[in-house]
Design a protein around this ligand. Structure first.
Ligand SMILES: Nc1nc2c(ncn2[C@@H]2O[C@H](COP(=O)(O)OP(=O)(O)OP(=O)(O)O)[C@@H](O)[C@H]2O)c(=O)[nH]1
Length: 888
């Protein structure tokens, strides 16, 4: 008879370091406090004391309150954070991860000890321990209800078997549980010794059974929502995971509701086999050849546009209602025996393809959810390099928008298969017919290829993955060639160092291999390798065509250069073409708010740029702000997001200076100055300026036809030159303008949205440089230039810009004890001026009545004093001033 689990702190049972471990959790994870439940005994008083000690007095009462509930009424255990390696690795303990302060759980997850490694990864990555990961490591879900009996005898018994064979065993239950956790990336082998693990066998997936695809679309057309549905459909995550846009993991993404980082997730899907015996196969661990591949057949495309992807037989049960069309989590996830991922029993219709029923094969699908905003298009282009196809999503109400056009061409130029999808067909004003026509007219995409879906309700989704498998070709690498692996992305982890997301183009990679970077020549041992399912799931190998992660113990972010190729030591290869370097559109100074925190900022910037390599960084010094960095960004939103991530993810408080675009100045003596910081332009140069150049962009605007007039006026005011004016259908126009970048990165987008009531969309791409009449505008406070506020402006707009700037500064600079003159000046000559009056102390307060000459004397003295203060006084420009200027 097994006792009900009791609450334990990590490592309590045997290692005696429980308190320290909890402290580490508390300090390292903030609210991500982990609780561990164990099948082992521990008196309540002892637990309470330890928890109170560990948490300190501030949280002792809450821990006490928590402990007064029965264990299964304690923290929510579903989708929770982490657990501690020590407790987990203890052979007799069973860990349950939970979070403080969350509602009573519907069920309890019990994680066996061997899952320590996975749980530790979650801990160190500060990520949620998702249900799928829990299932992947053989966790067992114990439902609420008859808790005491089920915990005591029923499912609890199976948990005990999974982790501890010394305890009484319910063999039947064990068998069942092992079968149901079919996607175990790491699970007990039930070999009677406990603690063993069996990793996912990736040799089942030769290139012919791999599909790598991205979801691309204009902002808010539903990419992340669709990704959620696909992950649910393949049971990679639970349907009720309670976290919409699951792959948007950054706090900034959740707060702003936008994707800023492309995220990869691996899914498994059963589908009638389109692979044949012809292609190379991997030897699997048993020595048997794995499944083999055949060339993907050229699809026939018989879909009528009025049919909303009718589901294939067998899918109907999964689509019982529209909102329930995506099945809930099954007991089994991913590959492996037993009930696994959702499968299509016979060939589907409605995905635009027809094929006969065949042997069902399991496919490994790598999905990349990409950002939609123009500032993050670099992420999109990088993601596409690891894909052979894309799902091009278009909103059924809004139709094609500017980023739809930009993303289509990115995919088209990369030669990828494009599956057009009209999404949000559930909306009352959806007009899929019109959007299909737009797709035909703008991109030449046949109506018969278009799929109609609602990522919200699940309508039409059954056709998507079959279409992915049939239309998108498998990756084309050669398993027999030496390893060629490309770094797609990287991020820094406090515990593991740099974690690289990689694509294995040729050959294969195993844990403990030695790999060498083509760019630095440095060699590393592979400490861990696996897939994102969707959390990091070790597999110990990655094979040709597969996308996953690699940990090599790199400590410095400079070592993980995105686009770099790795090969096996002693097997040099031709490096893969790297990624086009990001083109920086906007530069700004980033300074520590507190000058003494430069080193902390330096480390935060280094780590953040590991995850966001599109930011360029170089050190600079400002008279006003001290030592900081000049950073290049892809746009203002990118800058804003970088700023926010520094604060949220690294606690770095920074001042960001007025953003500028990169200019080029040429002088009569032949010198050329690349201006990323206006302060570096001499106000009175020694040599005559002969040429000033500014960057220009080709902007695409798509808007309802009635707004074309006002849009043209706006573009002309912004010194734009019209390049194209056409219609994508009877009511929507497409405008192309050549515009100075400076005019675009200021408040152009807001004005555009305002003029068109939000109906216009806008995208731009760089288009070189043009000559312009540019001048440097300084800001003087009581005659002293503030270098951080200098800017480059077009001469025709200097006066207006100067007036606006000093007006704004007057509002944000605090009044001082003396008068402050705020001026904008070109070459030392003021062009706009404002005065901030002095704070006035009532020097006459103590004069009750008395002689008027005495009062006058006091006032004169005050005036004199203020003059002197003005001459020597230094003015504080508050952080807010810089933030205000940044916003405009
Ligand atoms: N009615 C309806 N709403 C949807 C559908 N798909 C997505 N949405 C909603 O559209 C909004 C944007 O969805 P997201 O999935 O964040 O869009 P996105 O394309 O990932 O957005 P970015 O990452 O910012 O580019 C959310 O409020 C979703 O709930 C759909 O099929 N029908």
């Amino acid at each position: 008879m097994i006792r009900p689990p009791s609450l334990l702190v990590p490592g309590l049972c045997r290692c005696g370091t429980g308190i320290a471990a909890v402290r580490r959790h508390v300090s390292g994870l903030g609210h991500h406090l982990t609780w561990l439940l164990s099948a082992q005994r521990s008196g309540r008083e002892g637990r309470e004391e330890i928890i109170s000690q560990a948490l300190g007095s501030s949280t002792a009462s809450s821990s006490s309150r928590l402990l007064s509930r029965p264990p299964w009424h304690r923290p929510r255990l579903r989708e929770t954070a982490t657990m501690d390696r020590m407790a987990a690795s203890n052979s007799r303990s069973f860990a349950i991860a939970g979070r403080l302060g969350e509602p009573v759980p519907d069920s309890i997850l019990v994680v066996p000890p061997f899952a320590a490694g996975i749980a530790q990864q979650h801990l160190s990555m500060r990520r949620r321990f998702s249900t799928s990961s829990a299932a992947a490591c053989g966790a067992v879900e114990v439902p609420r209800g008859n808790e005491s009996s089920s915990l005591a005898v029923g499912k609890e018994a199976s948990v005990v078997i999974a982790g501890d064979t010394a305890a009484p065993v319910d063999a039947g239950r064990q068998e069942e549980d092992l079968q149901t956790s079919s996607s175990s990336a790491a699970r007990s082998e039930g070999d009677g010794k406990g603690g063993g693990k069996k990793l996912l066998d990736l040799s089942q997936f030769p290139p012919s059974r791999v599909r790598n695809f991205s979801i691309i679309a204009h902002v808010d057309h539903g990419k992340s929502t669709l990704a959620d549905r696909l992950l649910e459909l393949t049971r990679t995550i639970r349907k009720d995971h309670g976290q919409p846009q699951y792959l948007d993991k950054l706090q900034v993404e959740r707060e702003r509701g936008i994707t800023v980082k492309a995220q990869t997730a691996t899914m498994f899907f059963d589908y009638p086999d389109v692979a044949s015996a012809a292609s190379p196969s991997f030897p699997n661990p048993s020595g048997q050849p794995g499944p083999t591949a055949e060339p993907t057949p050229k699809p026939a495309l018989p879909l009528s546009r009025t049919v909303v992807n009718p589901p294939p037989p067998g899918f109907a049960s999964l689509l019982a209602t529209t909102t329930d069309s995506v099945p809930g989590p099954g007991p089994g996830l991913g590959p492996g025996p037993g009930p696994g991922p959702v499968s299509v029993p016979v060939a589907g219709r409605g995905h635009g393809l027809s094929k006969g029923a065949g042997v069902v094969g399991r496919y490994l699908l790598n999905l990349v959810d990409t950002p939609g905003h123009v500032d993050f298009s670099y992420e999109v282009s990088r993601s596409l390099s690891a894909c052979q196809g894309v799902l091009l999503l278009v909103d059924a109400c809004q139709g094609i928008q500017a980023q739809t056009v930009a993303n289509f061409y990115l995919a088209f130029e990369a030669g990828l298969t494009i599956i057009p999808i009209v999404n949000k067909i559930d909306q009352p004003n959806a007009d899929p017919e019109r959007v299909i026509l737009q797709l035909e007219r703008t991109f030449d995409l046949p109506a018969s290829e278009v799929l109609l879906t609602s990522a919200k309700t699940g309508q039409g989704l059954h056709a998507l993955l079959p279409a992915v498998i049939e239309r998108i070709p498998p990756p084309g690498g050669d398993p027999l060639q030496p390893l060629r692996m490309q770094v797609l992305d990287s991020f820094y982890d406090d515990y593991k160092g740099v974690i690289c997301h990689v694509a294995v183009v040729d050959g294969s990679l195993k844990k403990a291999d030695r790999v060498v970077s083509c760019s630095t020549g440095q060699s590393y041992e592979v400490l861990d390798v696996g897939i994102m399912h969707p959390e990091l799931t070790p597999t110990d190998v990655l094979l040709t065509g597969q996308v996953g992660y690699v940990i090599t113990g790199m400590r410095s972010t400079q070592e993980a250069s995105v686009g770099d190729t790795f090969h096996h030591a002693k097997c040099p290869v031709e490096p893969l073409p790297g990624f086009k370097p990001a083109k920086h559109m906007v530069f700004a100074g980033v300074y520590p708010a507190n000058g003494s925190e430069f080193e902390a900022l330096e480390s935060a910037v280094a780590r953040l740029t590991c995850n966001d390599p599109s930011v360029s960084v170089s050190k600079e010094t400002s008279g006003a702000l001290g030592v900081g960095f000049r950073c290049g960004f892809l746009g203002l939103l990118h800058l804003d997001v970088f700023h926010q991530r520094l604060d949220q993810e690294y606690g770095a408080q920074v001042i960001t200076t007025t953003p500028t675009v990169p200019y080029v100045f040429e002088y009569a003596d032949g010198t050329r100055l690349d201006v990323q910081n206006p302060a570096t332009v001499p106000a009175r140069p020694t040599s005559r300026l002969v040429k000033a150049m500014e960057p220009v962009v080709t902007a695409t605007i798509i808007a309802p036809a009635e707004y074309v007039g006002s849009l043209m006026t706006l573009c002309t005011e912004r010194r734009g030159e019209q390049l194209e004016y056409s219609f994508i259908d009877s009511s929507r126009a497409l405008l192309k303008y050549r515009l100075p970048l400076r005019e675009v990165v200021t408040d152009f987008y807001n004005q555009l949205k305002g003029l068109t009531s939000g109906y216009a969309s806008f995208d731009y791409e760089e288009a070189g440089y043009q000559e312009a009449d540019l001048v440097k505008m300084d800001v003087l406070l009581n005659g002293q230039p503030v270098d951080a506020l200098s800017s480059i402006v077009h001469r025709s707009k200097a006066q207006r810009a100067g007036r606006e700037l000093v007006g704004r500064l007057k509002k944000v600079i605090d009044r001082q004890m003396f008068e402050v003159t705020i001026q904008a000046a070109i070459a030392g000559k003021p062009i706009a001026s404002e005065t901030l009056s002095a704070m006035r102390k009532n020097v006459l307060a103590k004069c009750y009545g008395g002689d008027v000459t005495r009062k006058r004397k006091l006032l004169e003295k005050q005036k004199e004093g203020k003059k002197r203060m003005k001459r020597i006084g230094s003015i504080d420009v508050p952080q807010e001033a810089f933030h205000q200027l940044l916003k405009t």
